[in-house]
Ligand binder design. Structure first.
Ligand SMILES: Nc1ncnc2c1ncn2[C@@H]1O[C@H](COP(=O)(O)OP(=O)(O)OP(=O)(O)O)[C@@H](O)[C@H]1O
Length: 308
């Protein structure tokens, strides 16, 4: 569990994190979202005890990280994939971290296998791609087999295979009752993979919700319908005062109807004498929900020159 209470961080005149409170629960993957400069990395650094809060506090498994008896066994983190010493091999790098953290060297080859770097383990990190460095960073975070994982932009540089692998990894962690907090700009990659979202803007909490309700509350559900005679359905929808659009340029037989359930659209199409070829309820994408949640905030920011 990660608990954040009234966390605030000021850098001179810049308030990076502003009275932020939220909880990332065990057994859940919590997605940490916010526009550039919203304060995600600063928050994660404070959770890890790397930045000192101006006020407020954060705990991991009930204690500030600096007070944990076995920090490496409690929390693992990937904040920046670029900080390794380039002349070291991946294995040497991990051995060094294991030794510095009081973890058994036997864990090194286990985590190397877990992140899929076995064949590259003896190579110098200098020649690693961004995706390989990202995997190495994750391997380091896993060394202590921690209860809590904090991943800042872990998807960066990963190829589609790597993203799938990462999804499986964090899902597996959550299923074991552990806590995962992860930030990502690639919202689509996150959508299928998080249970809760915490959205921040200008260091402040905008919302914390289950992903389902976040998506559902952010846009009216639409129904995509494909029929043999779209003109007839158009007339029926217009007569009923319903809102619809043609959103698929390539296929004029598709209409998108707002404010009705699939059953209602199906019944209307039948009354209009249409044969229905396809009928699907569509929910908002994570991008749409995120943009809606942060819209007011972004307009506010765009109107100001400072604080960046
Ligand atoms: N060490 C620092 N000194 C001064 N300002 C800082 C420092 N670290 C962060 N900031 C400022 O704090 C704000 C929040 O930055 P932070 O990196 O936490 O945001 P973020 O949400 O992680 O952004 P991104 O998604 O772009 O990585 C920004 O305005 C940033 O310029």
């Amino acid at each position: 569990m990660i608990e954040i209470h009234g966390l605030t961080k000021r850098f001179g005149r810049v308030t990076a994190v502003d009275d932020l409170s939220f909880v990332a629960r065990p057994g859940s993957v919590t997605g940490f979202l916010g526009p550039n400069g919203a304060g995600k990395s600063t928050t994660m650094r404070m959770v890890l005890g790397l930045d000192r809060p101006t006020s407020g506090f954060a705990t991991v498994c009930g204690r500030p990280v600096r007070e944990l008896r076995h920090p490496a066994r409690t929390v693992g983190a990937v904040l920046d994939a670029g900080w390794v010493l380039p002349q070291r091999s991946a294995r040497a790098h991990l051995r060094w971290i294991a030794a510095a953290s009081g973890l058994p060297a036997s864990r090194v080859d286990e985590v190397i296998a877990e992140v899929g770097l076995t064949t590259a383990a003896g190579r110098r990190v200098r020649g690693f791609s961004l995706g390989m460095r990202q995997r190495l960073g994750i391997a380091a975070a896993l060394l202590g087999d921690p209860e809590v994982l904090l991943l800042d932009e872990p998807v960066n540089g990963l190829d589609p295979d790597g993203i799938l692998w990462l999804r499986g990894l964090v899902r597996g962690y959550a299923e074991q009752g552990r806590t995962v907090l992860l930030s990502s700009h690639l919202l689509a990659e996150l959508a299928g993979n998080v249970d809760e979202v915490v959205v921040i803007g200008r260091g402040r909490l905008i919302t914390q919700q289950a992903i389902g309700s976040f998506l559902a509350s952010s846009a009216a559900t639409r129904v995509r319908v494909r029929v043999d005679d779209p003109d007839r359905l158009r007339v029926a929808l217009t007569e009923g005062g319903h809102t619809f659009g043609t959103h698929d340029e390539r296929d004029p037989t598709v209409l998108t109807v707002s404010g009705l359930r699939t059953e209602e659209v199906g019944a209307l199409a039948r009354t209009a004498g249409c044969t229905v070829w396809e009928l699907t309820a569509q929910t908002a994408s994570l991008e749409e929900a995120f943009l809606k949640a942060t819209k007011t905030h972004s307009e506010h920011v765009a109107g100001e020159a400072g604080n960046a």
